[in-house]
Design a protein around this ligand. Sequence first.
Ligand SMILES: [Zn+2]
Length: 250
Amino acid sequence: MGRVNLISGNDPRLFTYGLYRDLLRTLEERGYRFALFSEDLTDPRRVYLRHDLDLDVDKAVVMADIEAEKSVRATYFVMFDNAFYNVGSSRVQRQLRTILDGGHDIGVHVVHDPTFTVSDMIRRCAAQARALGELLDHDVSCFSFHRPARELLDTEFSVPGLANAYGKPFFAADRYVSDSNHDWRCGDPGVFLREFDGEVLQILTHPFWWTEEPTPPIEKFSALLEKSAARAHGYLVDNVKLAHKLLSSA
Ligand SMILES: [Zn+2]
């Protein structure tokens, strides 16, 4: 019997940078090697740190710094279909290059279009990886799905030349934990990692949820919406003369 998990998986204390540092330390102490999806690692005991950037690249940069301080490598999956950031923008490209400079890898986080066939999805994954690779001048060789449909998880979905984060070598339901929807379904991930007895593990986190101090998720959403509105405002003022006149004087 494992220890009783006293804290529920959605507790904001489970999403602080302090806790994240503790998780990395536990993995190191337990002898896990930090592996990338894009490499062929034979170390039996390895962990894939995966970050899906569903909402916020700024937060990803913070997390990448925390990892780089400890010489920990992770993979950041970036979206094209996204309402909050644009991989074509210079700002985001600079941020992604900073992440790469920290020793991390970058892949594409692909949105499943329900009107697409499996071969359409294969083409979409390949096209997005190629486009991101061109933009970053980096060999993008892995992808993860955003909220994948069951058929994409069940079939051995594969794209030539790209590693699928949900593919067999990296993923199995009993050796995978995630903070999806601000909820660790495993309970306290610190307890889980201390007790996990498998050899290969994948940990998915979304940097958006993580903060210095424990913070209720509603405040995280509010901060994101405010930041996005401020950026849209700045764009209008900087790029449309009339907006500059009407909005800056307000
Ligand atoms: Zn996602």
